[in-house]
Design a protein around this ligand. Sequence first.
Ligand SMILES: Cc1ncc(COP(=O)(O)O)c(C=O)c1O
Length: 464
Amino acid sequence: MSLQSKVETLETNGLEKAEIVRIDQRHLIHPQHHPSEHLNPHVWVGGDGVTLTSLDGKSYIDGLSGMWNVYVGHGRRELAAAAWRQLTELSFATAYAGSTHKPAVELAEKLKLLVYPDIEAFYFTLGGSDATDTSIRTARFFWSAQGRPEKFKIISRRLSYHGSTVGAAAATGVEEFSSVFGPRANGFLQIDTPYPYRFRTERKDVSPGVAAADLLEEVILREGPETVAAFIAEPVQGGGGGVIVPPADYFPRIREICDRYEVLFISDEVITGFGRTGHWFALEHWGVTPDILQFAKGITSGYFPLGGVGVSGAIKQVMDSVPAERRWMHGYTCSAHPAGCAVALANIRILEEEKLVEWAARQGKRLLGKLKLLGDRPHVGDVRGLGLLAGIELVADKATGERYPPDSGIGKKVRNALFSRGLLTRLIDETICLAPPLVIGDDDIDRIVDIVGEAIVEVTETGR
Ligand SMILES: Cc1ncc(COP(=O)(O)O)c(C=O)c1O
């Protein structure tokens, strides 16, 4: 019997969840798969605004916007309608050279108005990992096309997350994404991250932000600038570090160093793009422009898989001027999928019409302001955020910042305490990450903060 017919049959006798889970456990592989995490999974059946509903009828505040991506909230019919209209008119056409379609052209034209002024042209992917691979390959292509193929190394940062394809995982600064999959791809190097709560430097002559940025210069000089193609960084480190906001002087210094040594700067805005931090793109906070901008998630609010890369005029000019046999030989079948582009356009329209970027800035202040009040609790080490991204880092010893031992299971206990109170979040190590939909109202923000406070007290103070 198919899953659909089993569900239909079982819906009448109340056993449906157990059966769905049994089939799932046998036949479905999940991102970051492990059965110990999947003994009693949520089975989601509905979503509306900032709320998700599970098969057992319970409602949860979606404190992470799905997977940091459902910016405009769940259940938006405008986005379903945009996909339906496009799929019934032109469901698919290749975007390979020699062929194009209106939704892709309109999206590129629209993005040109929203992104950093120097970003000139766009390539659309299916998500963030392939956007990272596209950026890396484009940076290497840029130098190789100009007769400098030895300029191929990619520098990234520890605790970064850039995706799970071979190239993106090699740039990712969390060891577990590489260690069980054999050797890392060649030509990837990492520097320490500007983590204000934990970054330490011996240097007294400059600020910690500048000292952290200067680590990039050190590695470029050590390796030889003629070997380094690009530096890739998330403006706010999300999925690897647990919402790490850099000091304000970090990225301006990074830009200077990249310029000095002819290293392209790739801004990975898969989490921070499209208004999440209260600006359309996050480097705007610090007046910095990248050479390559990559995005995914918020561009469609998760209603269709789409990501992409925007490149500077200089890069586009190189792409346009190489001989055909040395072309940018890169491409995906579903690149610039018509429905993805149509959904992205409709999603951007909502962001604009509902002024959600400004709203994210306002609601982010409310969220962070209230979370900061939890900073007095004995095991809250750090509370940080930018726009509607926030992290609350729990520590064993507040005076020294010492972490909980790895086998304490504290993260899991906190997550369960949050779930049981109706809040969905993600814990990165012992940091509770929050990134609610941009449409969130005051009451839901206050509810999130109340739940986080109660869960922290329950797990870290009463020891349950
Ligand atoms: C900064 C960043 N880059 C890249 C990715 C990978 O994106 P995707 O999961 O769409 O492949 C993610 C995913 O969380 C991300 O946060």
